[in-house]
Design a protein around this ligand. Structure first.
Ligand SMILES: [Zn+2]
Ligand SMILES: [Zn+2]
Length: 278
């Protein structure tokens, strides 16, 4: 029985709806999936509903972007209570902030003659939250850049004219938020971190698990993370980071874990749960 603990839907930047994702997961032979959209729980109810009558389980999750020492660190949260008021409130603030940031990026670009429209950018984000990829896509459509990475390099990355900084939680704040919502905080894809030499310090922010199995991790990294998991008493998780067909390496079920990991997460949740939703 295999489980993919890292997937995205149209509620954030994924290409498939929660309903489609559940169907794809069933076809892929998965026994369970965790839906872990960026900074939103908007796809969870629909995914759970779609799975209700099917032989597949949906684990309510989230992936929160945090900022630490000038780098983005992603915190996965599993078995969160997505009706938790405190969680909802913080996510609403983050979404509003990203919305305003998107608008600011567009007006900054318009000021230098890159006349993309805010309505088009919003449309490209579908039901999800507006982000730099949508702004880049609008620029590409209008012929201001030749490809998405050029848009980032020349205009949207830090220090460039279209860049607008973004408010983010710290890893410790995200860990606390996930735990307040009754969930288990897990460090996402450590192999993608620049501050790789500081993993011990990052884990000590309160993570209870580490995403060991991930399409972009090589066997040496997997070995290292297994050692760290043992050292710090962490649950070993894994998942594909599926966003749709566009990311060739991150196909659904490209990285999976055994069903036992789900019971490990439930166990650590029951043993250490400290839900505090008000
Ligand atoms: Zn991530
Ligand atoms: Zn992800």
């Amino acid at each position: 029985m295999v489980v993919d603990l890292h997937t995205h839907t149209t509620a954030s930047d994924g290409a498939v709806s929660p309903e489609e994702l559940v169907k794809l997961a069933l076809t892929a032979g998965l026994h369970a999936i965790a839906v872990t959209d960026h900074d939103t729980v908007g796809g969870l109810a629909a995914a759970e509903e779609a799975a209700a009558k099917l032989p597949i389980k949906v684990i309510p999750g989230i992936e929160i972007s945090t900022d630490w020492q000038d780098e983005e660190i992603h915190a996965l949260g599993y078995f969160i209570d997505y009706n938790c008021q405190k969680l909802q409130k913080v996510l609403d603030i983050l979404a509003e902030e990203r919305f305003q940031r998107g608008k600011k990026m567009v007006s900054k670009l318009r000021r230098i003659g890159i006349l993309i429209s805010w309505a088009r950018v919003q449309h490209l984000a579908k039901e999800g939250v507006v982000g730099r990829p949508h702004v880049a896509q609008a620029m590409l459509e209008e012929g201001y850049v030749g490809n998405i990475s050029e848009a980032f390099r020349k205009y949207l990355s830090k220090g460039q004219v279209g860049y607008v900084c973004r408010m983010k939680l710290t890893p410790a704040e995200a860990v606390k938020l996930i735990r307040d919502a009754g969930g288990v905080p897990v460090l996402a894809h450590p192999g993608l971190l620049r501050n790789h030499h500081k993993l011990g310090e990052i884990i000590s922010k309160g993570f209870q698990g580490i995403e060991v199995y991930y399409p972009q991790h090589d066997s040496e990294q997997v070995r290292l993370y297994l050692t760290l998991a043992q050292q710090y008493g962490l649950v070993v998780t894994g998942g594909s980071d599926f966003h749709g067909a566009s990311r060739a390496k991150n196909k659904l079920a490209a990285s999976t874990v055994a069903n036992k990991v789900v019971s490990d997460l439930v166990k650590i949740r029951e043993e250490t749960k400290h839900g505090n939703c008000k």
